[in-house]
Design a binder for this molecule. Structure first.
Ligand SMILES: Cc1cc2nc3c(=O)[nH]c(=O)nc-3n(C[C@H](O)[C@H](O)[C@H](O)COP(=O)(O)O)c2cc1C
Length: 254
């Protein structure tokens, strides 16, 4: 077990954070946590030389733009890094390769990588209940093997799947909407990482230019009044229907 790790994460609905936490608890006695969501202000600078764990979700087979932008402000300073992408049981496509490229650009030395499954934030019936107990054990096993590799001094970077140039980003100018059951409780405004939601004079408005469709507001709404526009929800459910019954398996690269 390592003494310390620094855990960088972007996790609008909590699946990525959960996976990363399971890893860090198994890998090190102490974890310094650095949240990459923009609403927590400028990315905190770590003074530590401990290995880093960098975890992001997959959006459209890519690293979410916000996570990439925030991560690019981090100085790797030659630190060892373990990279993790978390996806909703469909596919991670170019996301892990892109994450490793960004980490290397920042000056990290990536030594182990993993792609793990969590519940799909847009259609929670896909990958429902994941990470489950079996996933948790695989994440812990990956942590033990990654620590072993780090402690052995083996700096060989892992080969991960994916293509360059990466697939085209999602770039959807569409945002969640509120139904009439909205109580104007302001939870959505509070949790939006992009400050895209404004509640004024009894109405909720969302700036589509700022919204990244990260689903934080939909997941956090206490009365389920925050939803995707019906045509998008239907299209997404149809696209994801083959992945409802299928169980994708976690993959690790060392
Ligand atoms: C806009 C958007 C795009 C997504 N694209 C993919 C994808 O390409 N493949 C996939 O398997 N899951 C996809 N997902 C599901 C997320 O990767 C998954 O739910 C992840 O756990 C979300 O992370 P979080 O819980 O930390 O927010 C997408 C989710 C959102 C909101």
């Amino acid at each position: 077990m390592l003494n310390d790790v620094t855990f960088y994460y972007y996790s609008p609905t909590g699946g990525t954070k959960k996976t990363g936490n399971l890893f860090c608890r198994e890998a090190a006695k102490k974890t310094e946590i650095i949240n990459l969501t923009p609403m927590s202000g400028r990315v905190k600078k770590s003074e530590s030389d401990a290995p880093a764990v960098i975890a992001v979700p997959v959006f459209g087979g890519r690293v979410p733009e916000t996570a990439a932008r925030q991560l690019r402000t981090v100085e790797g300073r030659g630190r060892t890094a373990v990279t993790i992408v978390v996806y909703g049981n469909r596919a991670y496509e170019d996301a892990l390769l892109e994450l490793n490229d960004i980490a290397e650009e920042c000056g990290f030395r990536v030594t182990a990588s993993g792609a793990f499954i969590a519940q799909h934030s847009m259609v929670p019936e896909v990958g429902a209940g994941r990470p489950d107990d079996a996933d948790a054990e695989q994440i812990r096993e990956f942590a033990r093997r990654a620590v072993q590799k780090i402690e052995s001094g083996d700096a060989q970077p892992p080969e991960v799947p994916g293509n360059r140039p990466y697939k085209e980003g999602m770039n959807m100018q569409i945002s969640p909407v509120c139904t009439s059951s909205c109580t104007l409780c302001e939870t959505c405004e509070d949790v939006c990482p992009e400050n895209a939601i404004l509640i004024r004079q009894g109405a909720v408005s969302t700036d589509p230019a700022l919204c990244t469709l990260c689903i934080a507001c939909v997941a956090a709404c206490p009365v389920k009044a925050r939803i995707l526009p019906q045509p998008l929800q239907e299209r997404t459910e149809k696209m994801l229907s083959p992945f409802r019954q299928m169980r994708r398996e976690n993959e690790t690269f060392l």
